[in-house]
Design a protein around this ligand. Structure first.
Ligand code: 13P
Ligand code: ZN
Length: 273
């Protein structure tokens, strides 16, 4: 990592996040990808945005994001290596005026390009920015226990969310909007991107059954923490699912939590009056 690049806040932050995700075993090989919306003024403090290194076709329409800058992990790149060599493993792109291509401002130094999951990322950004104008992060990863849970639990948004909420007291407070569950779909396609973005209208977490998860949030920390909490709940489930359940958090108790913390939750997911 060269001295100058290592000082740039948003690059340093993304490197640290990828490193943490790798350390937790969520991102084997090239598994996982992150996109981080960077305000133009912040980009211009560090980069000459009039110089475009390359123009790369998107393969879908992202005209709602024209002129926006994203720091995005590269396709085929390992999270394990991001911190050591951000210039090769990351890229800073701007959505071009035509809405169907990206202008590379920095990165992908070996001639590579953005993640194959860019459709799901940018389509999710479009959805989340409408729900919350402060949304800046979309994160995809393969958390071990959550992935395992999709092999043994019914793939239904309501029951899957309810099971996760039961696993740790604070789950319903951290993800009151629950988790939306998609069936197995072919990854890297516009179709899975569209399906993910549609689910993002309802929840900041979308489970890709038998594959991984998508999370969205205002910051890298918040989005990481969201997925971390879902994964922790899935871990408790996987540690206990095969054992007789003697105790559980009751729906009435979850209701006390949402009232105490004042969060808007998916009311139809609890069986209380
Ligand atoms: P990329 O290497 O293209 O980012 O793909 C990794 C992945 O997790 C696909 O779902
Ligand atoms: Zn994946």
């Amino acid at each position: 990592m060269t001295e100058e690049i290592s000082k740039i806040g948003f690059i340093k932050e993304l490197c640290a996040t990828a490193d943490n995700m790798y350390r937790l075993g969520w991102d084997e090989r090239n598994g996982g990808n992150i996109s981080y919306l960077i305000p133009e003024a912040e980009v211009k403090q560090h980069f000459d945005c009039s110089k475009v290194l390359r123009t790369i076709p998107l393969g879908f329409d992202a005209k709602e994001l024209v002129g926006k800058y994203f720091l995005v992990t590269g396709t085929g790149k390992y999270f394990k290596n991001v911190k050591e060599d951000p210039e090769n493993n990351l890229g800073l792109i701007r959505i071009a005026k035509d809405g169907v291509s990206a202008e590379l401002i920095w990165g992908y130094s070996d001639g590579g390009k953005f993640t194959s999951e860019l459709p799901a990322h940018l389509m999710s950004h479009i959805t989340r920015l409408k729900v919350d104008p402060e949304n800046r992060v979309v994160m995809h990863t393969h958390p071990t226990n959550l992935l395992a849970m999709t092999y043994v639990h019914e793939l239904n948004t309501k029951t899957f969310t309810h099971t996760l909420w039961e696993m740790c007291t604070e789950c319903i407070v951290v993800f009151p909007d629950g988790v939306e569950v998609l069936p197995w779909m072919l990854c890297g396609t516009n179709e899975i991107g569209e399906a993910t973005a549609e689910k993002m209208n309802l929840s900041r977490v979308v489970v890709w059954s038998l594959h991984g998860v998508y999370g969205a949030g205002k910051s890298l920390d918040e989005t990481f923490g969201l997925i971390e909490t879902v994964e922790k709940a899935a871990q408790i489930y996987m540690l206990t699912a095969h054992l007789p359940r003697i105790n559980t958090i009751k729906d009435e108790e979850m209701l006390q939590l949402v009232k105490r913390f004042g969060v808007q939750y998916r009311k139809d997911f609890l069986n209380v009056k």
